[in-house]
Design a protein around this ligand. Structure first.
Ligand code: AMP
Length: 220
């Protein structure tokens, strides 16, 4: 059976941390539109040129830019047993586009499709965002307050110098949270009505959250 997981959750709710572990445990590809867009910006592709200014302001990039990126990616061969979607969809319109893509790629197949919402109190989110650092090489995510690297500024795993995302400042973070609340949060109802939503309390320790996520996936 194919396993298709969609992660909802505000910026810094822990989607990246948990999906990174799930990728190894479930052997499924991690499809993270934020990272794909940052790579497009860094490479200076057409999509990257259109996306950059929206990302800097904490807004969603235009729907057609993301739609074509996600459509191409979900048609790739490594998605044939399923995937873990992180950061898409982020609006009802995007979810409707995703429904069409899934209808096409899942034709006649047995699929377990779940939407996991990591729910975190808003006051915790900004604190997590401004303290977030990541490794540009192995992508491991740290938090200076909650999950600090052993040596300041250096990745425990591969020794590379940690970086802070340019949109992880307090100002852009609060805009990203507004964008989430107005455009993405309505997806909770959208998927609940379809019977696909599973809510996980993200205000706990990493291990507890991860085991709840695994349990939800197991139950289906
Ligand atoms: P993230 O890494 O998921 O926090 O995404 C960083 C930024 O990329 C967001 O603030 C948006 O500007 C853009 N982005 C990522 N995914 C999407 C999406 N599905 N639709 C529109 N914009 C997106």
């Amino acid at each position: 059976m194919k396993t298709e997981l969609i992660f909802l959750g505000a910026p810094a709710s822990g989607k990246g941390t948990h999906t990174e572990r799930l990728v190894k445990d479930l052997n499924l590809p991690h499809i993270d539109t934020g990272s794909m867009l940052r790579a497009a910006v860094a490479k200076g592709t057409e999509a990257g040129k259109r996306a950059g200014s929206f990302m800097e302001k904490g807004q969603l990039v235009p729907i057609d830019v993301v739609a074509s990126i996600i459509k191409d990616r979900l048609h790739e061969d490594d998605c044939k047993n399923g995937f873990i979607l992180d950061g898409y969809p982020r609006s009802i319109e995007q979810a409707e586009i995703l429904d069409e893509i899934l209808e096409d790629i899942n034709k006649g197949q047995d699929v377990k499709l779940l939407v996991i919402d990591i729910d975190v109190d808003e006051k915790l989110l900004i604190e997590r965002i401004v303290n977030r650092r990541s490794c540009p090489k192995c992508k491991k995510i740290y938090n200076l307050k909650f999950v600090a690297p052993k040596k300041e500024g250096i990745c425990d795993v591969c020794g590379a110098e940690l970086v802070q995302r340019s949109d992880d400042t307090e100002e852009v973070a609060s805009k990203r949270l507004d964008t989430y609340n107005t455009q993405t949060a309505p997806l909770v109802d959208f998927y609940e009505k379809k019977g696909l939503l599973r809510v996980v309390d993200g205000n706990r320790g990493i291990e507890e959250i991860y085991s709840s996520i695994k349990e939800q996936i197991k139950q289906g």
